[in-house]
Design a binder for this molecule. Structure first.
Ligand code: NAP
Length: 492
């Protein structure tokens, strides 16, 4: 396949793999069909790799990294800055790709590009912010220098829900800091999760081999990728179940895992909260991108005194949302990614109703579009509450005291994000302080991501943090060099 310097980011473009700066389609590669979730029809296909291509990508990345790390910081920063400018130039194509490949609405696509751009802006500053320190010594005449070096090769595995952003949040900081990357996007979204990033960085002038993108969808490839001896850090975003498996494989090679995993986020509404406002926030936090966000609201915990009013307002909000094909700009709730996700969501709803909950609205689906669904009389053990449902579903659980809300909120293995609504900010803060979570937002909803603020979870929601200095530290390692400026006296 020919080299392309000016990428066409069209959905039906001929996409290859991107290894060593070449767009290739190995003759023995399989194919991944890329499906538009709104029509459930394939609009293009990309090659799917075997283990040899993964080996080649890692080896190429390792070779390229040695030279890339020597490139002056201004040049590395310029390439990230140039990539941001190319995202602007290709804005409409990228929106179209996200709408087609991910089934995201226009609002979701714009938001995703905006968040990615913020992360890239911060990453562009990293080449000048990875300096070390001079430290005093306990040995007379010794000078201590602690430098920060790139780790080497970073392996990146990402999911399909915010593919462009979730890949970019690892790729941009990693390369800005002088690392090279092998990226394996989710098989549902190989273009927006990987190949589109490669096309943009290629156009920006990134040297061959610094970013490599391989797609594949079988377990053998995943295990080979995460258990490979070359990468020094394995950056994984996805489910807790697969995250544990990836971490185990990486640990066998003493590769450091960086894990952003599942959530089961609460939206707590106290009896003194503004119910209309709390429901506005909740409708966004539950239904944006059809609930397929790791920091979506998974459970609504509502004080019994305002419970009925809240359920009524939420039902109105859910019923007012335009659903359908996200190619229509007014669509708010589009399709979920694939049949298996849809079936999982629908079965969580059915199991919850069978267990005694009331279906206030929704519950049905048309193709992959699941109706915005409100479930009342829910308890924390019911399927839609104790599992990460990852759909446009709002299970509403009543509580009678702040202590009970805290207990229910913490009764999960997850701890990613959350929100608390109260007119009394002190009370909201006291509740927020008791919730076991990496992130929590008062008088807002849980979906927040700011590029300069550490992002991540506790408990089984992850290990480590993305964004800001946290990712700078993750993708660099210290090297201590000491210099004796006079002869040292040894004891023998
Ligand atoms: P997933 O099933 O865990 O898959 C995530 C990625 O891992 C995919 O690219 C997948 O590719 C790959 N994978 C699967 N098995 C693998 C293996 N054995 N070795 C290496 N890679 C493997 O998750 P998902 O369904 O795509 O995404 C939804 C989940 O991600 C939710 O739990 C959500 O909360 C979480 N998430 C977390 C964050 C966060 O920042 N905390 C952000 C977004 C999403 P294959 O499909 O080929 O298996």
């Amino acid at each position: 396949m020919s080299e392309r310097n000016t990428p066409e980011l069209a959905p039906d473009a001929e996409w290859g793999l991107y290894v060593g700066g070449e767009w290739t389609s190995p003759s023995d590669a399989g194919t991944l069909e890329v499906v538009d979730p709104a029509t459930q029809e394939a609009f293009t296909e990309v090659p799917s790799v075997g283990t040899e291509v993964v080996d080649e990508a890692y080896e190429t990345a390792a070779q390229a990294q040695t030279e890339w790390a020597k490139v002056p910081p201004q040049e590395r920063a310029d390439i990230v800055a140039q990539s941001i400018s190319l995202i602007h130039d290709h804005h409409d194509e990228l929106v179209d790709l996200i709408v087609r490949e991910v089934g995201g609405t226009h609002l979701k696509a714009e938001t995703e590009l905006h968040i990615a751009e913020g992360i890239m802006n911060v990453a562009a500053s990293f080449p000048f912010r990875d300096g070390g320190s001079h430290e005093k010594s306990i040995i007379p005449g010794k000078e201590n220098i602690v430098e920060r070096d790139p780790v080497g090769v970073v392996g990146v595995i990402t999911p399909w829900n915010f593919p462009f952003n979730l890949s970019m949040r690892a790729v941009a900081p990693a390369i800005a800091l002088g690392n090279s990357v092998v990226l394996k996007p989710a098989p549902d979204t190989p273009i927006t999760g990987g190949l589109a990033l490669a096309a943009i960085f290629e156009e920006a002038g990134l040297p061959p081999g610094v970013l490599n993108v391989v797609a594949g969808d079988d377990e053998e490839i995943g295990d080979h990728f995460s258990g490979h001896p070359v990468p020094e850090v394995m950056s994984f975003t996805g489910s807790t179940e697969i995250g544990k498996r990836v971490a185990k494989r990486a640990a066998e090679q003493l590769t450091e895992p960086a894990l952003e995993l599942g959530g089961n986020n609460v939206h707590i509404v106290t009896d003194d909260a503004d119910v209309e406002y709390a429901a506005d926030a909740a409708a966004f936090g539950s239904f944006v991108h059809s609930g397929q966000v790791c920091i979506s609201i998974n459970r609504h915990l509502v004080h019994e005194d305002v419970y009925d009013e809240y359920v009524e307002v939420m039902t109105e909000r859910a019923e007012s949302l335009p659903t359908g094909d996200p190619k229509e700009e007014e669509t708010i709730v589009g399709p979920v990614i694939n049949e298996s996700q849809r079936d999982k969501i629908v079965s969580f709803i059915e199991e919850t109703v069978d267990a005694g909950a009331t279906l206030e609205t929704g519950g049905d689906h048309d193709g992959l579009v699941v109706e915005p669904t409100i479930l009342s009389d829910v308890t924390n053990e019911m399927a839609a509450a104790c599992n990460e449902h990852f759909g446009p579903v709002a299970p509403v659980i009543p509580f009678s005291s702040d202590e009970e809300a805290i207990e229910i909120a913490n009764d999960t293995r997850m701890g990613l994000s959350g929100s608390v609504h109260s007119d009394d900010l002190g009370r909201a803060r006291r509740i927020a302080d008791e919730i076991e979570t990496g992130m929590i937002h008062i008088n807002d909803q849980p979906i927040n991501d700011e590029p300069h603020i550490p992002f991540g979870g506790v408990k089984e929601s992850g290990m480590g943090r993305y964004n800001a200095d946290a990712i700078l530290r993750k993708f660099t390692r210290t090297k201590w060099t000491s210099v004796m400026h006079e002869q040292r006296e040894y004891p023998f």
